[in-house]
Write a protein that binds this ligand. Structure first.
Ligand code: HEM
Length: 479
């Protein structure tokens, strides 16, 4: 684990961009997707702009980012941490900047093929939103606590881009909070709880929040090595601290009204009554709306619910508490993963950095269905990882889109077909799962249908280059 206050960690942290090891934490964001013009002068101007972002300290290192966060905390939130920005380049972007350069071959093949070429059962790329069709070369993520200040930064980028290309799409994100101040997604569930932890102080907080007093209390250990998200930057020019991270962006639209109606239908089909009806949604997501894990409780309201993450999936429970198909169990089977258990499951974890998009006037947790949006809102899913193939694609392709469970309480390996992930599984639109009518009772498992309410509107694979790359971009020789 990294001790952010240890001076020996500084060169490593100065070598990478912020937001990878620790989230930027601002509530308002703009993802600006840029296509550069195909002439030499534009390519020169693109390089000059990327360099200016670090020279003018628009893009800062993870080290500066952490130092600002510490200042913000120690000032009791008085010191404004200002604009946050980080830059991402697609495979087409590297080809544009360094045509036919041999170093491009050192990026993983999955990244080089791009999201449009991936086998994810996504809608045809020709039907994606217009801004995501065709090439994007660079994506800059801007974030600020103050929306007006964010707007000024967006205008600066718009003006700069005129010198070398145009913006294909600008995706705005805004944090959505529940009554307790926890971040939620549009279906109303607390999100961003389970994350890999890279810093010692984060682990201390985790132990406190999850009532861990000794090693024996640890059921899910989120500690991770930086290698889970960082990898050598092929354009780092031999600098040992030049590390970058593969970045996945997916715009996922959510039909909230449809989802809430289907939750109610499942509750009725299972004959759940009163507060127990909330368990229908918890058996889809794997957590209640307030974050309480379905594996830990049959009702919401556990203390620290929005932070609880110290649980695993016990063999004796099977699918009777948290179903095998539930979103969080599909995408992180924890202890239950066949052929490898927790150690294997942890190799595929990503640092998730998503934020909701779209506005609405209803209360996401008001218990109503009629007033919920059917479109125009969703999640800008973003994640950092050391390998898109071994992390994001294992989760989306091998696990979420599969009818089988990677998680299996049968040691012989002949586990049940459990249906695809009801939240993000991409398939023919229908999915069947097994739901316990009585929490914890394996005899009460009952089949129920749940349709698809998340639609992929476009996205791309990127690489977040090292600080050394951005600093030296004008001096990097063609290879
Ligand atoms: C609109 C789309 C999505 C919604 C509504 C959604 C919702 C949620 C919620 C409510 C949680 C529980 C909070 C937490 O444990 O952090 C969660 C966790 C998670 N989601 Fe999603 N998610 C979406 C898309 C995705 C995608 C595309 C992926 C990856 C392919 C993904 C991977 C994960 C992972 C890895 C976790 C943590 C699971 C754990 O460690 O227990 N999610 N999601």
């Amino acid at each position: 684990m990294i001790n952010q206050f240890d001076p020996t960690s500084r060169p490593m942290l100065e070598g990478v961009q912020g937001n990878i090891l620790k989230a930027h934490g601002r509530h308002h964001t703009a993802n600006v997707f840029i296509r550069c013009n195909p002439d030499d002068e534009s390519a020169t101007n693109t390089r000059a702009w990327l360099k200016s972002l670090v020279t003018n300290e628009v893009v800062k290192s993870a080290y500066t980012h952490l130092r600002n966060n510490a200042l913000f905390k120690s000032s009791g939130g008085e010191i404004d941490t200002g604009l946050f920005a980080c830059v991402h380049i697609s495979a087409a972007g590297y080809e544009y900047l360094f045509p036919d350069d041999a170093r491009i071959g050192r990026f993983e093949a999955t990244f080089r093929n791009g999201m449009a070429g991936a086998d994810l059962r996504d809608p045809d790329p020709a039907l994606w939103e217009v801004g995501f069709r065709g090439e994007q070369h660079v994506m800059i993520l801007l974030a600020h606590a103050n929306p007006a200040e964010l707007e000024k930064a967006v205008v600066d980028v718009q003006q700069a881009v005129c010198a070398f290309g145009f913006i294909t799409t600008l995706e705005r994100g805004n944090a959505l909070l529940n009554h307790a101040g926890a971040g939620i997604e549009h279906f109303g569930y607390v999100d961003g709880v389970s994350q890999p932890l890279f810093f010692e102080d984060e682990w201390d907080t985790y132990k406190q929040q999850n009532h861990i007093r000794s090693a024996r209390d640890v059921l899910f250990d989120p500690r991770a090595d930086k290698g889970l998200v960082l990898t050598a930057d092929p354009f780092g020019n031999g600098d040992a601290n030049a590390r970058g991270s593969y970045f996945v962006f997916r715009k996922l639209e959510q039909n909230v009204k449809g989802f809430k109606q289907a939750e109610a239908n499942v509750a009725s089909q299972l004959r759940l009554e009163g507060d127990d009806r909330e368990r229908a949604g918890a058996m889809i997501v794997g957590r209640f709306e307030d974050g309480t894990p379905a594996q830990m409780s049959d009702e919401e309201g556990l203390i620290n619910s929005a932070m609880l993450n110290n649980f695993d999936y016990k063999t004796a429970d099977g699918a009777s508490k948290c179903p095998f198909h539930a979103h969080i169990r599909k995408v992180n089977p924890r202890s239950g993963l066949l052929n490898g258990g927790m150690a294997e499951a942890k190799k595929h974890i990503m640092a998730r950095r998503g934020i909701p998009f779209g506005s609405r006037t209803d209360g996401p947790n008001d218990g109503q269905i009629y007033n919920k949006p059917e479109g125009g809102v969703g999640l800008l899913f973003m994640s950092y990882q050391a390998s898109i193939r071994n992390q994001f694609e294992v989760i989306q392709h091998n696990w979420a889109n599969s009818e089988q469970t990677p998680d299996n309480d049968d040691p012989t390996g002949s586990g049940p077909t459990v249906g695809i992930d009801p939240v993000i599984g991409q398939g023919d639109g229908t999915r069947t799962g097994q739901f316990a009518t009585v929490w914890g009772d394996r005899q009460s498992l009952t089949d129920a249908l749940f349709p698809q309410f998340v639609t992929m509107k476009g996205g791309e694979y990127f690489f977040a280059p090292s600080m050394a790359f951005l600093n030296n971009i004008n001096d990097i020789q063609q290879a």
